[in-house]
Design a protein around this ligand. Sequence first.
Ligand SMILES: [Ca+2]
Ligand SMILES: [Ca+2]
Length: 276
Amino acid sequence: MARICFLALLVGVCTSGRAAIIQFSDFSSTEGLQLNGEAVAVSATEGRVLRLTPSDPSLKRGSVFWENAVDVTVFNSFFTFSITTPKIGPKDTDGEQGADGFAFVVQSGVDGPASLGSVGDGLGYKGVQPSAAVEFDFWQNVTDAPNHDPSSNHLGILVNGVVDHGAGSPWTAHVASPFDDAGLWYAWVDYDGTTLQVRVNQTGEYPAQPNLSRPLDLSSILGQPTAYVGFAAATGSGLAEQRLVSWTYVPEPASMTMLLILMVAMRHVRHRPRPA
Ligand SMILES: [Ca+2]
Ligand SMILES: [Ca+2]
């Protein structure tokens, strides 16, 4: 179910005139989204999902963006994904199969919601700028592409379509369990106006500490306080079916969203009929 709504409607009070929410509990509708490249809504074990790349043939890419630019001065975004990998094909420098990965992307590029970067190590994000992104990368590019990937399964916070982390691989974090294990993953990306944080796990409980954070002045990077938000993904000679299962984007601090959820829950309790 797709919907864009307003916090004021959720809580019954006007908290903000700009706070439009993007919410997809599944992708039975893709209304409001622009799908590019290989991105397509399909039925999967998780329900109606957004498949960003198919598991074959090789060298595919896809992206999806909300069709209108939204406020990105502060936000929190929560999404779930699952990735399957046919255990065939080449192995990376860590001896792991499956490739390449995807990214949550905030961008103000000239192609707008049609933006789509390069295949393979580019994750469908390389070259998209001005931008910032959080990558979920499960192919280690060290010698085949000089990206300084720290491991075969890592997070990275990227800027301006550059997927090379540089010497020492700053702004990356290794994640022990492989993203392409076919299980459901939960991810949170929070921006408080000064620092971008990312959390990921397979329990669905919001972790106290982020896996990775990076100070960023998004408005300066983007050249404006609004941007197109969405996802990009790619495969290379290694393969993977990458599925976005759900997605919520709220242009408010994470703490505000928690408070609003609590207020909605309390309203439901208050309005529940008393037993006879
Ligand atoms: Ca891999
Ligand atoms: Ca990589």
